[in-house]
Design a binder for this molecule. Structure first.
Ligand SMILES: NC(=O)c1ccc[n+]([C@@H]2O[C@H](COP(=O)([O-])OP(=O)(O)OC[C@H]3O[C@@H](n4cnc5c(N)ncnc54)[C@H](O)[C@@H]3O)[C@@H](O)[C@H]2O)c1
Length: 238
C-alpha cells in the first residue's frame, strides 16, 4: 500500500516492488497520474490496484485497506509517501507569518494526519498476521528547519521520526517494523537540483528507492525504529 503512489518516490517504489513480484496498491488523489501509473505497471507485467484515495479522509483510507486485503489477501508493506511542503503544493510560498491557514491545514492534514491515518488503518492487520513494514518519509527540513513557508512542513516531517519510533515499539512483538527515510534533494522535480549537498548534486529518485526496497526486505529484519538521512551530505554543508 503506497500513498502518493501516482508520482515520485511512491510511484518508483511501486514499479520496483511490482517488478519483484509484489502486488502493489497505489493510493493518490491525482486520478490522471494514477491511471498512467497503473497502465505502466500493468504493461510491464506487474500486479497493481490503483485507488483514488484522499488520505485526509479516514473512511477512504480504511476502505482502501479493506479493498487491498480483499484483493490481495494482506497489506504487508505501507509506504507513507504522499505529502510535500504545503506552500509549494498549494501554490503559495508566502512567509509563514502571512501564510493562509488553509495552506497550513493542508500540510498538517496530508503530511501528519494522513500518515497517522494510514498507520491506524494497517497496523491491526499487520499485527494479527505477524508481518509488516511501515516506511515513513521525513525531510531534511524536519532536521534543520527552514524559512519562508516551511514551518509546518518542518514540524510535520520531524514528527515522522517520533511516529516511526512508536510504531516500532507497538509493532516489535508482532514482527512489524517501521523506519523513517529522511531525503535531502531528490530529482522527483527539477527544482530540487538547486539545493546544496556535499556531493554537489541532488539524488536520482532510484537512489532513495533502492534504500527503501532494502528497508522493506527481510535483509533489513534487524532494522526498526530508526530514521535514515539520505541527503548527499546536505546537512553538513556550511
Ligand atoms: N522530492 C524531494 O526532494 C523530497 C525531499 C524530502 C522529503 N520528501 C518527501 O518524500 C515524499 C515523497 O516525495 P516526492 O517528491 O516523491 O513526492 P511527489 O510530489 O512526486 O508525489 C506526492 C504525491 O502525493 C499525492 N498526494 C497529495 N495529497 C494527497 C492526499 N491528500 N492523498 C493522497 N495522495 C496525495 C500527490 O498527488 C502526488 O502524486 C513526500 O512526503 C515528501 O515530502 C521529498
Amino acid at each position: 500500500m503506497i500513498t502518493g503512489g501516482g508520482s515520485g518516490m511512491g510511484l518508483l517504489t511501486g514499479e520496483k516492488l511490482a517488478e519483484q513480484g509484489a502486488n502493489v496498491a497505489l493510493l493518490d488523489v491525482n486520478e490522471e497520474a494514477l491511471a498512467a501509473a497503473e497502465e505502466k505497471i500493468k504493461a510491464a507485467g506487474g500486479s497493481v490496484l490503483a485507488l483514488k484515495v484522499d488520505i485526509r479522509n479516514y473512511a477512504e483510507v480504511e476502505a482502501a485497506e479493506k479493498r487491498i486485503v480483499e484483493t490481495f489477501g494482506s497489506v504487508d508493506i505501507l509506504i507513507n509517501a504522499a505529502g510535500g511542503m504545503s506552500g509549494r503544493c498549494c501554490g503559495n510560498c508566502t512567509s509563514f507569518e502571512k501564510l493562509p491557514i488553509e495552506v497550513i491545514d493542508w500540510g498538517l492534514d496530508v503530511n501528519l494526519r494522513g500518515a497517522i491515518y494510514c498507520c491506524r488503518a494497517v497496523l491491526a492487520g499487520m499485527m494479527e498476521r505477524k508481518r509488516g513494514v511501515i516506511i515513513n518519509f521525513g525531510s531534511v527540513t524536519g532536521e534543520e528547519g527552514g524559512g519562508g513557508p516551511s514551518l509546518d512542513y518542518s514540524a510535520e516531517k520531524s514528527a515522522m521520526k517520533g511516529m516511526t519510533k512508536s510504531l516500532a515499539i507497538l509493532g516489535a512483538p508482532h514482527n512489524v517494523r517501521s523506519c523513517c527515510v529522511i531525503p535531502g534533494p531528490v530529482l522527483t522535480r527539477p527544482g530540487m537540483a538547486k539545493m546544496k549537498t556535499l556531493l554537489g548534486r541532488a539524488a536520482e529518485t532510484i537512489e532513495l528507492v533502492d534504500f527503501i526496497l532494502y528497508l522493506c526486505s527481510d535483509k533489513a529484519a534487524f532494522i526498526t525504529g530508526s530514521s535514515h538521512v539520505i541527503d548527499g551530505g546536505h546537512l553538513l554543508v556550511r
